[in-house]
Design a binder for this molecule. Structure first.
Ligand SMILES: [Zn+2]
Length: 79
């Protein structure tokens, strides 16, 4: 039986490690490709996986649609 006083740190760390490994695996798969920082959260993402927003004379990169939508929202609100 599990000790109720024993925190389940091990499984939490295990999950972190797995996520880190997955990220590294993704980066390895796309190694040799240019990485660019997300415009919103500044996380480095392989260019081929990044979402892009093309303006008139610029291109913005995002790690995902969430950040793209976040940026679009902020952009509209600030102008
Ligand atoms: Zn992002």
């Amino acid at each position: 039986m599990a000790d109720p006083h024993e925190p389940t740190i091990e499984s939490a760390e295990d999950k972190d490690v797995k996520e880190k490994e997955l990220q590294e695996h993704l980066l390895r798969e796309h190694s040799g490709q240019e990485s660019i920082p997300c415009k919103v959260c500044l996380k480095e993402v392989p260019k081929s996986l990044a979402r892009t927003f093309e303006g008139e004379d610029y291109v913005s990169y995002f790690c995902g649609l969430d950040c793209l939508h976040e940026w679009e929202k902020d952009d509209k609100e600030s102008t």
